[in-house]
Ligand binder design. Structure first.
Ligand SMILES: [Zn+2]
Ligand SMILES: [Zn+2]
Length: 211
């Protein structure tokens, strides 16, 4: 394997390891996640929606009074019904726009709390919007870094790329002493080779414990 190939394979493995860590540690709930979107953005979307409805209704009413014709043209004899139809169409369009705006706001906040470049990621999803509405979001959700999580031993928040806790030196990526595969702190037995991890841990503790 060439140097370059090795580097690519190495960064690919690291990426896969981060994705696995994310799946293991993150248990995100949709509505809880929704809360990281700033209230200001949500209210702006609501106000814009109401303004759009107001403008559409006024323009339609103005046309009805001055020209005697209004949108939609199939409902010429019934202005109230036409108004309801117009409001429905605007609501449908607004829902699509609101969804996109809220997703962008979410990416912006989420990237920040994961220690990623939030301005760059926000720009990327916006730039990719015309290409295919959700491709930018898809790339973001595949690429995003795992969230910092509490150290299993001392509870201090540790970064996803840390190997040891900077506060208590806890091994954040323990591996099986027999097969060297990565295991989770709570595993009693190695999921790959069934080595009893509890007794091994107690033995090493007993060996290293001060007498
Ligand atoms: Zn710790
Ligand atoms: Zn093992």
């Amino acid at each position: 394997m060439s140097d370059y190939q090795q580097k690519v394979a190495g960064s690919f493995n690291e990426r896969m390891q981060l994705i696995r860590l994310r799946r293991k540690k993150e248990n995100l709930r949709f509505w809880q996640e929704f809360r990281i979107i700033p209230n200001g953005v949500i209210w702006t979307v609501v106000v814009l929606f109401l303004i759009a409805q107001g403008i559409a209704f006024s323009v339609n009413r103005w046309n009805a009074v001055h020209y005697g014709s209004f949108f939609p043209y199939e409902l010429q004899d019934n202005f109230p019904l036409a108004s309801v139809a117009l409001a429905g169409i605007i609501t449908a369009i607004s829902l699509v726009f609101a969804t996109i705006i809220l997703w962008i706001a979410y990416v912006n906040r989420d990237a920040k709390r994961r220690g990623m470049n939030s301005a760059l990621w926000t720009l990327l999803v916006i730039i990719l919007l015309p290409a295919s509405t959700f491709i930018g979001f898809l790339i973001y959700f595949l690429m995003r870094e795992p969230l910092p999580y509490p150290c299993p031993q001392c509870g201090k928040t540790v970064g996803a790329r840390f190997n040891f806790c900077p506060n208590c030196k806890c091994n954040l990526h323990p591996s099986c002493p027999n097969c060297k595969q990565e295991v989770v702190e709570t595993d009693k037995f190695c999921p790959y080779c069934a080595t009893d991890l509890k007794s091994v841990a107690q033995e090493t503790e007993a060996l290293t414990a001060p007498k």
